[in-house]
Design a binder for this molecule. Structure first.
Ligand SMILES: [Zn+2]
Length: 414
């Protein structure tokens, strides 16, 4: 547990008896669904799941399911004030990036910060923990005041060798500032087309030195594979137009596996998207599941009209596959439950319990928080989402939340 979190908990009035939250269903993720059951909480931690503990104060939440707080393993909250995704369904990555870069050049609207808006929205949607990629100079107060926690990755960009030193300075400043409220710092070398291999190598070393995670977009588009392999295509054109092309960066014939091999030496690495990883690369990620995970962003994937996501192949290889919304620049909102429901529609044969596991326990594992969150188990933090349930009974109660459209009615982070 992060020290700030311990302090936050200890400031609360001391709980003298367990609180038992009762519901029609409790879906612990780490075990079978429990009907008419309770989650017993004492001083911020889950102490028992199932029957109400003797002497507990009972709070009956009614016709709802209690599930672990969702983990949004990848987003960029700086875009949370965008009302609808940028561009159009099926837009190419490079065209979309041009529009995003244009928007970044605009002065921010007055009022609440987009990050603060995104954190509030996330919490309303049942998200307790976030893998957030922020810009250098991020406002620490936005994160400190949120009910969510997670990893605040700082974005690092240096496509040319002569820009690496400046990016590393940003990385060091972010890491030496330490925890941001309840948030652990992390580094995000952005993507192969914006990161010189020297920056990636040095970021990996910093990850080991400071014991912090890295997050990197990888194998997101076919154009990126072309860029790595041949140094040509729309990404090269984009870099040349911006004076950022460096012919000495990635050797011809490079592929995502070359990047994965470097990332696997980090303390922990989150591979964002991985839409076009091949079988050998998926096997590599699975073999390194101790410290390497993938994040699938289902509705963003659909926005760009990518080829079918290799989700089944990743899971059968044994990879950790967390879920993310990505930002509101490519997704309609920050609801991780909506992402899981999207998977249920796209992969109708997939086990519903597995889908919930991706959005909770796999996310916790990806961010290195598996000991604290991701399932309803004694000893873990009482970070819960409460989902309203439709009438009727089904063979598998996971269907009630994943195949329906009832909302999250409450998020608790006690
Ligand atoms: Zn992203």
């Amino acid at each position: 547990m992060f020290p700030e979190k311990i302090m936050a908990l200890s400031r609360r009035p001391l709980q003298t008896q367990p609180l038992a939250l009762r519901a029609r269903w409790v879906l612990p993720v780490s075990g079978s669904p429990l009907r008419d059951a309770a989650v017993n909480i004492f001083q911020g931690r889950i102490v028992a799941v199932g029957a109400v503990l003797p002497g507990a104060l009972v709070e009956d939440l009614g016709d709802v399911a209690i599930v672990p707080g969702f983990v949004n393993a990848h987003t960029h909250l700086e875009f949370s004030d965008i009302r609808q995704p940028i561009g159009f369904q099926g837009i190419g990555m490079v065209e979309w990036l041009r529009l995003v870069i244009e928007r970044r050049g605009e002065s921010p609207a007055s009022g609440r910060s987009p990050v603060e808006m995104g954190l509030d929205e996330s919490f309303r949607f049942g998200v307790g923990t976030i893998g957030e990629i922020g810009q250098p100079g991020l406002r620490q107060d936005d994160y400190r005041q949120s009910s969510c926690d997670g990893v605040a990755f700082i974005e690092l960009i240096a496509p040319r060798a002569d820009r690496v030193a400046a990016a590393l300075e940003i990385a060091r400043q972010h890491l030496s500032a330490g925890l941001v409220g309840q948030w652990q710092p992390g580094l995000s070398p952005h993507a192969p087309y914006t990161v010189h291999p020297e920056l990636l190598e040095r970021a990996v070393r910093l990850s080991v030195e400071y014991r912090v995670p890295l997050a990197m977009h990888l194998a997101e588009s076919r154009e990126e594979l072309e860029f790595l392999r041949d140094g040509s295509g729309p990404f090269r054109e984009l870099l040349e137009a911006r004076g950022a092309w460096d012919a000495t960066a990635w050797p011809r014939g490079s592929r995502p596996l070359d990047v994965l091999r470097v990332l696997a030496r980090a303390d922990r690495a989150v591979v964002v998207h991985g839409n076009y990883l091949d079988a050998e690369e998926i096997a590599f990620v699975a073999d390194h599941r101790e410290n390497v995970a993938i994040v699938y962003c289902p509705r963003t994937h659909a926005w760009f009209g990518h080829e079918r996501y290799p989700l089944e192949a990743m899971l059968s290889a044994g990879a950790t596959v967390a879920l993310g919304t990505d930002s509101r620049a490519s997704s309609p909102d920050l609801s991780l439950l909506a992402e899981m429901r999207h998977i249920a529609r796209e992969f109708p044969a997939m086990n519903r319990a597995t889908i919930l596991e991706l959005g909770t326990l796999h996310g916790a594992r990806a961010l290195g928080r598996e000991d604290e969150i991701g399932s309803l188990e004694p000893g873990k933090l009482a970070q819960l989402a409460v989902v309203d349930l439709p009438d009727g009974s089904v063979a598998d109660p996971h269907e009630l939340i994943l195949d329906g459209d009832h909302p999250v009615v409450e998020t608790r982070s006690i």
